[in-house]
Design a protein around this ligand. Structure first.
Ligand SMILES: [Zn+2]
Length: 422
């Protein structure tokens, strides 16, 4: 277990650990294409196979859920325990047990314990790598009950947004829960094939990397909920880290009394997701191309040496206070007022749980409840609120999760059509 010991040592090197684990996850997934498996041949016994592969018979049996070592079938594919480098790895989240991981991945505690040569009741520490079976959902698993087809991304890069599309044989009241976040499923726009419904899968820039559960379900005729949980890989994003030192006087600006009321107000807005889809084309840029990004989305932030527990939730464009900010896509103004931290702020509801926000404006041109169209002027760039110079902070929230907004300049709702392939 040289590999394992080396890994353990690295974890305690703190900063090094993060990059190592990310690298490990990547290589683990890459190698998962050729998992360490063995296909049972005529004349094989489990004892002979274990001997040939140099693994313990009991481990081989446990890793494959084989109760009776005398019962194996020709053609059966066996996982080879102990072949660490060829198995995908996920990292434990705070409070995770093997039972939690097994539930999330749709496997058993016994199998995870055997693959990792751990006690089933072991306490995992956050960030601990755990090897998992090299299972990729096949097409046959992407249907259940009246759900005839599920299209979900094989992976989503941290901070970006995935798309889920579900087809059913009859009208269903579908639900989707993405890593604990309850999502509204709605019919996709008219440009997409009928019979499909869908939703966006937002990821925070700090989520994972690792596998996260997506549960899709509906109430069957007898009132029971029929559901299936899929695992979606969230892979590492390209984000930088930034240390921010706030002088003593300014530290008070992070005082919850100053920041909390508007955060609560905004999260209450972002929780509304019953507005139907109001846009379909890719968004247009809310500010001219001549105004470059001065601070990108996703940068992890540590305040006064604290943990990197927050990130830049939007994209900053540097521009003078005379520059007009325009609406990127059809929507309804959900908020237009002065806030403590964000200054003069506008929030637009685009439907399907998608909101865009514009902070630090010097002037606001719109009012709450106003219906707006692409290109409408909504305000002027400014430096109101907690800001050190004129710029536009543009952010995009889905069910309250701040995602990479630039993705929406490239992709419209019609992208679903491509994924469904009609
Ligand atoms: Zn910003």
């Amino acid at each position: 277990m040289r590999f394992w010991r080396k890994l353990l040592a690295s974890i305690f090197l703190g900063v090094l650990a993060a990059s190592l684990l990310l690298g490990l996850l990547e290589s683990g997934r890459a190698l998962a294409q050729t998992p360490a498996t063995y296909t049972v041949q005529p004349g094989d016994t489990l004892f002979v196979i274990a001997n040939r592969l140099g693994v313990e018979l009991a481990e081989l049996a446990a890793a494959n859920g084989i109760a009776d070592v005398n019962v194996i079938a020709v053609g059966q594919v066996l996982l080879i325990p102990g072949a660490e480098s060829s198995l995908p790895v996920i990292v434990a989240r705070p409070g995770d047990s093997l039972a939690d991981l097994a539930l999330r991945l749709g496997t058993t505690v016994e199998q995870l314990a055997a693959l990792n040569q751990m006690e089933p009741a072991i306490r995992l520490f956050p960030g601990q790598p755990v090897q998992i079976p090299p299972e990729a959902p096949g097409d046959t698993e992407l249907r259940f009950g009246a759900v005839t087809n599920v299209r979900l991304p094989s992976q989503i890069v941290q901070g970006r947004t995935g798309r889920l599309a579900v087809q059913s044989s009859r009208p269903l009241s579908l639900t989707a829960t993405w890593n604990g976040l309850s999502l509204g499923i709605q019919p996709l726009s008219a440009t997409v094939a009928s019979g499909w419904e869908g939703t966006l899968l937002p990821t925070s820039a700090l989520l994972g990397p690792g596998f996260f559960p997506l549960e899709i379900g509906y109430a069957a005729g007898n009132g029971n909920i029929l559901s299936r949980t899929f695992s979606v890989l969230v892979s590492a994003g390209p984000y930088d880290s930034q240390l921010i030192e706030l002088p003593d006087g300014k530290g008070s600006l992070l005082d919850p009394e100053f920041t909390q009321p508007e955060i609560e107000k905004l999260y209450a807005l972002w929780a509304v997701n019953d507005t139907p889809l109001l846009w379909s084309e890719p968004f247009s840029r809310p500010i001219g191309l001549e105004y470059p990004t001065t601070s990108p989305y996703g940068t992890r932030r540590s305040y006064n040496g604290g943990p990197y527990s927050s990130y830049h939730t939007g994209q900053d464009f540097g521009a003078p206070a005379t520059v007009t900010v325009t609406v990127p896509g059809a929507g309804i103004v959900a908020l237009a007022e002065a806030l403590n931290v964000r200054g003069n702020a506008v929030v637009i509801d685009h439907g399907a749980g998608v909101f865009t926000g514009y902070w630090h404006l010097s002037k606001i041109f719109v009012t709450t409840g106003q219906v707006v169209a692409t290109g409408d002027p909504l305000g002027l760039v400014g430096t109101t609120g907690l800001s050190t110079g004129n710029h536009l902070h543009w952010e995009l929230r889905i069910y309250g999760v701040a995602v990479e907004p630039l993705q929406f300049l490239e992709e419209g709702v019609g992208e679903w059509r491509v994924e469904i392939g009609d």
